[in-house]
Design a protein around this ligand. Structure first.
Ligand code: SF4
Length: 259
């Protein structure tokens, strides 16, 4: 019944240097449980979840804007650059959308990469079923990049469509239960995530959980052109953040006594 395992991918980027150490290939999997109003990859939303709870039931998901890959074909595509990974300490990163939306496929994909000695990383919004993630994906990762957006639950619901409780709980569990490096990334969206209250609250959460690897990601308005080309109407019209805005965000975020 569950024929060949396939994954729905909307982009593959080679020679990436921002999605982990060394030179990497980043695979963007389609589908996301959130609907952030500032989403810079709107083509990555849509699709049906393959969360690992009901394995094998979602192989006929919505393919608009994506392409189905069988496991061997996708492995072939990313292993072409194996010499670059080996010479730079790089590897493969799974991103999205939200890659855990296709938990079974990415678990097998990462497993095969690790079997070949390739460094693996995930970029996740953290909205996943923890037990499935721990069973299917975690054993095959070298590092995790984890987005934290909003600490206020009502604001999180209003601006992403979902509660932040699973995201915060999953991050806390990861820091308690794994020895993997977890690097938190905070998208700075003016007037939304980049407020004094939110940044101070995120900073406090990270200190409470002894998380020290953090990057603030300034809002990039260039995605709005892409949204228009996709026939979407961007919900945000703000431009690039100024140096003063960025400095102000960093001040709000950092603990009073430094860390
Ligand atoms: S979690 Fe990321 S991919 Fe999903 S809607 Fe938000 S910004 Fe877009």
């Amino acid at each position: 019944m569950n024929a060949t395992l396939r994954g729905l991918v909307f982009d593959i980027k080679r020679d990436c240097s921002e999605d982990g150490p060394g030179i990497r290939t980043t695979v963007f999997f389609k589908g996301c449980p959130l609907h952030c109003v500032w989403c810079q990859n709107p083509e990555g939303q849509g699709g049906k979840p393959d969360c690992g709870v009901c394995q094998g039931e979602s192989q006929t998901g919505w393919a608009q804007g994506g392409r189905w890959y069988e496991l061997d074909e996708l492995l072939y595509r990313v292993l072409i650059d194996r010499p670059f990974y080996d010479s730079t300490g790089g590897g493969v990163t799974v991103s999205g959308g939200e890659p855990t939306f296709q938990m079974v496929f990415i678990g097998e994909f990462l497993k095969r990469l690790r079997q070949q000695g390739v460094d693996t990383a995930i970029e996740t919004c953290g909205f996943f079923h923890y037990a499935s993630f721990a069973r299917l994906v975690l054993p095959y990762l070298n590092r995790i990049y984890y987005d934290l957006k909003l600490m206020d639950e009502a604001e999180h619901r209003r601006l992403t469509g979902q509660s932040n409780r699973p995201i915060l709980d999953n991050l806390a569990r990861l820091t308690r239960e794994t020895a993997l490096p977890v690097h938190v990334r905070v998208p700075l969206v003016p007037g939304m995530t980049a407020t004094a209250e939110n940044l101070a609250a995120i900073g406090q959460f990270l200190r409470d959980h002894n998380i020290r690897e953090v990057t603030l990601l300034p809002y990039n308005p260039l995605w709005q052109d892409k949204a228009v080309k996709l026939g979407l109407k961007p919900q945000l019209t703000c431009g690039f953040m100024s140096d003063e805005q960025l400095a102000h965000c960093t001040q709000q975020f950092e603990p009073e006594n430094g860390s």
